[in-house]
Design a protein around this ligand. Structure first.
Ligand code: DC
Length: 238
């Protein structure tokens, strides 16, 4: 049986509940949580607000490549204990989950130099292990040697409904149909891009959470963690 800290890679399609699950797992193990999608969203927000994406959605890759190395994206913990994304020191968390960013992020994330830029930051976070990271290529490209890889799935309808409710709570006006359409588009681009497309790692364990509660998911995970790594996710944690 392995012992000590491990890296848990959680990949899957959009809105499969990866982030919520990854946060619970990290908290219950006392590990660091990292949302790799937030970095792609931050780059998209940067590109959008600095004129590197025009009204038609065309990306000025040449100039973006020149300035990106100087851009600083970091995670900070706020007073509530939540991780927030910062761009050059400013909290941009509330801007990166909007439908404007969601509708462009997959095109930004398919650019190879953007992926290289993000991957350097992601790998740095894994240096001391004790990390739960969610994304699309964590188990295949970022940490191919992660001790545990999970590939999450859920039906299209369930995923779109989760995302739709999230947006409604934030006061966004998107219709269910447009949310579903955006999900499908992102899934397509994410799984068909040339560099590190979304695909299940051969050694990843699949978790279909269409009709599972968080408690069910934790129980499912503990059945793997305890015998193999002598680890147990405490849930709920105060
Ligand atoms: O997890 P998310 O929906 O916040 O991710 C936003 C986008 O970022 C997603 O459409 C694809 C991209 N992404 C990626 O290409 N690779 C990752 N490891 C994480 C996200």
């Amino acid at each position: 049986m392995a012992s000590g800290k491990i890296i848990i890679a959680i990949d899957g399609y959009s809105s499969t509940g990866k982030s919520s699950f990854a946060k619970i797992v990290a908290k219950g193990l006392g590990y660091i949580y990292a949302d790799s999608g937030a970095l792609y969203r931050a780059v998209t927000y940067f590109a959008y607000t600095n004129g590197f994406i025009d009204e038609k959605g065309e990306i000025d890759k040449e100039n973006l490549a020149k300035v990106l190395p100087k851009v600083e994206i970091t995670f900070r913990t706020n007073k509530k204990g939540d991780s927030v994304t910062c761009l050059n020191g400013s909290n941009i968390e509330k801007y990166i989950r909007t439908s404007t960013v969601s509708s462009r992020v997959s095109q930004i994330a398919e650019i190879p130099f953007v992926r290289d830029f993000v991957n350097v930051m992601l790998r740095r976070m894994g240096q001391d292990k004790g990390l739960v990271m969610d994304g699309r290529d964590i188990g295949t490209a970022v940490f191919p040697n992660a001790e545990l890889k999970i590939f999450m799935t859920a039906s299209d309808q369930v995923r779109a409904m989760r995302r739709f409710k999230e947006l409604q709570e934030k006061g966004e006006k998107d219709t269910f149909e447009s949310v579903l359409e955006n999900l499908k588009q992102r899934d397509y681009i994410d799984s068909h891009r040339e560099k590190d497309p979304l695909t299940r790692a051969k050694d990843a364990i699949e978790l279909d959470n269409s009709s599972m509660s968080f408690a069910d998911e934790v129980e499912w995970l503990n059945n793997i963690l305890l015998p193999n790594f002598n680890l147990k996710v405490e849930y709920p944690v105060e």
